[in-house]
Design a protein around this ligand. Structure first.
Ligand SMILES: C[S@@+](CC[C@H](N)C(=O)[O-])C[C@H]1O[C@@H](n2cnc3c(N)ncnc32)[C@H](O)[C@@H]1O
Length: 292
């Protein structure tokens, strides 16, 4: 097969061959990432592959990305492969991302669940792509700020992600000044964080309330209790149709019959799983399973 090169053209219009990547090398990364995370990397994403993996190659002591890929080819799945998969995940997130879903949570979803489960006083929630933790912590802040009666409930809040690096960040709950500036009201910073070096750390008593675990959404699932609320926001966009269908089917199995699933703003169950119906709460991507 003829090798094709993706080259970077520098500002003078000349090829910079040190950044080239062959289709074959790209295919190694595409296969690895798809097999171990279900993330689909289109060929046009070569720039992303290079920008994420070149720094990794350097920090792992390889002279080039080509050499790193050579190593991936030659050795069985191991730590380096895992690092490559993790490096190819997109971890973009922020506190109270998109805002409206958290308003809906506060005004509609949680009050309804609280009325329905007033006797058992048990609330189970799962955040399925927690990234660096801003999403699950925003859920906790919503409860602490607006629904203090939930503090007397038994809350089981599980947050998962495929990336160990992100999970370590979730557990530490430490954020830079820039991160806390993105979406977090100043009043919450004062109440729920303590100063830590140049940044901020979420109070230990709040961090303790979330159980952070590793889980590949496209791999074997951990055991979940029956869920009242599932947050699966801005992650299915990276997967193919089959994987999305499989994940939505798995969620139905763990969802309380009256439970809700919140997806990202550009995500839907439409044409993927017709057992869900959309619940129109202020235009959010909020779904529940249709009654039989
Ligand atoms: C763009 S972030 C979304 C974070 C958060 N849910 C939000 O909406 O702000 C996507 C997250 O999905 C995780 N992810 C990607 N593929 C995954 C998989 N197969 N299983 C579990 N998590 C995955 C990534 O590690 C990343 O942290």
């Amino acid at each position: 097969m003829t090798q094709k090169y993706f080259c970077q053209i520098d500002l003078n219009g000349e090829y910079d061959r040190s950044h080239e990547m062959t289709l074959q090398d790209l295919a190694v990364v595409q296969d690895l990432v798809r097999t171990h995370s279900a993330i689909v990397l289109e060929t046009e994403k070569v720039y992303l592959v290079k920008s994420r993996l070149e720094p990794l190659a350097k920090s792992e002591g390889f002279v080039s990305l080509t050499e790193l890929i050579q190593k991936l080819r030659q050795s069985p799945y191991g730590v380096l492969h895992k690092k490559v998969v993790e490096a190819m995940t997109t971890n973009e997130t922020s506190f109270f991302r998109d805002l409206v879903p958290f308003e809906v949570l506060r005004k509609q979803l949680l009050p309804e669940i609280m009325a329905r489960k007033a006797t058992s006083k048990r609330l189970n929630m799962w955040c399925g792509a927690s990234s660096s933790g801003q999403e699950p912590y925003s859920v906790m802040f919503t409860i602490l700020e607006h629904l203090p009666e939930l503090q007397n409930w038994v809350i089981q809040f599980i947050a998962t992600d495929i990336s160990e690096e992100m999970l370590a960040k979730c557990r530490a709950g430490t954020y830079s000044q820039l991160e806390v500036k993105r979406g977090l009201p100043a009043s919450l910073l004062t109440r729920y964080f303590v100063k830590k070096g140049m940044g901020w750390q979420i109070r230990e008593d709040i961090r303790r309330r979330i159980d952070f675990k590793r889980m590949n959404l496209a791999g074997p699932w951990i055991t979940f209790p029956s869920m009242d609320l599932v947050f699966l926001r801005n992650v299915m966009i990276y997967f193919d149709m089959e994987t999305k269908k499989q994940i939505l089917g798995n969620i139905r199995k763990i969802l309380n019959p009256n439970g809700y699933v919140l997806l990202g703003g550009s995500e839907t169950t439409l044409n993927l799983d017709d057992k869900y119906e959309r619940v129109d709460f202020s235009g959010t991507a909020c779904y529940r399973v249709k009654k039989a």
